[in-house]
Ligand binder design. Structure first.
Ligand SMILES: Nc1ncnc2c1ncn2[C@@H]1O[C@H](COP(=O)(O)OP(=O)(O)O)[C@@H](O)[C@H]1O
Ligand SMILES: [Mg+2]
Length: 331
């Protein structure tokens, strides 16, 4: 006898081809009914074009009939908007006082760390005029979708991403947009992208504490902020500015991350603090939040980023930052 639970289990194997994710992960299943031995699966057709809908229907029938051969299955498609289907546990914004401190890099590493801990993670690249997330992950495909929604693009290790870079005709295309248009693009990344079920969505904010990051913080339901800085930032003023902004917007600071903390020279087995003494303690105090990690200057990391292979990076930072974030959120 088929039960809803067994049918649900079968459906976990059905993948949406353009997204490399299952219909369960994308939260498309709306209902399963079993009546007189006949199965009806109600499925949202959000972001699925007609060809994909047909393909998924066949795969659903195959998957269920693998468990019970002669059962009759109907797939009923219903309309829904991504906002009805998106279930995102935590939206974490990565912020910095200024550009070029490694904000995007930290956003990428945080997502990788959480993903390695078995959490489903996505990255929303909200830096519309300087998008750099897809390049680090070696992604240049364009997203699938339909009139009713856009599908994020999956990285090699299964991190979901959306960036203006994936929608532009060529990667080199410069984005010269004005404020309102940028705001609208970010709103669309939130409202019209089918993220499905995610434990964490990491938002790579535009640099600084001006209008653009503010708009993002107002538009998205950010649950916490991580502030990235380098020891080059001689005073704690920059971090304090970011902290003040987060507080004004009523967003908790989850912690701070120090980038370019030191350079490790293998030959002499020494850490050299190239940009001055670590300010971890002071910055954590200024933010009233923990120091989540210190990332060394690592030529190998820079090489991996340029090659679009950031997911191949291994380090103490990656091992620990995800755990530190989870602890900070649960506190
Ligand atoms: N710790 C690091 N080790 C090596 N290269 C780094 C490090 N942090 C940043 N970089 C490099 O510096 C550049 C700027 O980093 P990025 O994350 O794009 O900065 P932001 O997003 O703050 O503007 C990138 O090319 C990146 O590879
Ligand atoms: Mg950046």
């Amino acid at each position: 006898m088929l039960t809803k639970e067994t049918v649900a289990k079968c459906l976990e194997t059905v993948i949406v081809p353009a997204a490399a994710r299952t219909i369960v992960g994308l939260n498309l299943i709306r209902d399963i009914e079993i009546d007189n031995g006949k199965v009806t699966v109600k499925l949202a057709k959000t972001a699925l074009n007609e060809g994909t809908q047909k393909w998924i229907e066949e795969k659903i029938i195959e998957a269920v009939q693998r468990t019970e051969k002669d059962v009759k299955i109907t797939v009923a498609y219903i309309e829904a908007i991504p906002a009805d289907l998106n279930e995102i546990g935590n939206v974490i914004a990565i912020m910095s006082g200024k550009g070029g401190v490694g904000k995007s890099l930290v956003a990428g590493l945080v997502a990788i760390s959480l993903n390695r801990l078995g959490k489903t993670a996505g990255i929303l690249d909200a830096d519309i005029t300087g998008p750099s997330i897809p390049k680090m992950f070696g992604i240049n495909g364009s997203p699938g979708g339909s009139e009713s929604g856009i599908l994020p693009v999956s990285s090699k290790s299964g991190i979901e991403m959306m960036s203006i870079n994936l929608l532009l005709p060529s990667e080199e295309e410069a984005v010269i947009w004005r404020g309102p248009l940028i705001g609208r693009a970010i709103t669309q990344f939130w409202e019209e992208v089918l993220w499905g079920k995610l434990d964490y969505l990491i938002v790579d904010l535009p640099p600084g504490t001006a209008d653009a990051p503010l708009t993002v913080m107002q538009t998205l339901p950010v649950s916490g902020v991580i502030v990235v800085y380098t020891p080059q930032d001689l005073t704690t003023m920059i971090v304090k500015k970011a902290v003040r902004m987060a507080q004004q917007m009523n967003k908790p600071i989850l912690g701070v991350v120090e980038n370019m903390s030191y350079l490790y020279v293998e030959e002499i087995e020494k850490k050299i603090e190239l940009f001055g003494k670590s300010q971890g303690e002071e910055m954590a105090k200024a933010a009233n939040a923990p120091l989540l990690g210190q990332l060394p200057i690592d030529p190998n990391l820079a090489k991996l980023c340029d090659a679009g292979a950031i997911e191949g990076y291994d380090s103490e930072f990656i091992d620990n930052v995800g755990k530190a974030i989870i602890t900070a959120i649960e506190k």
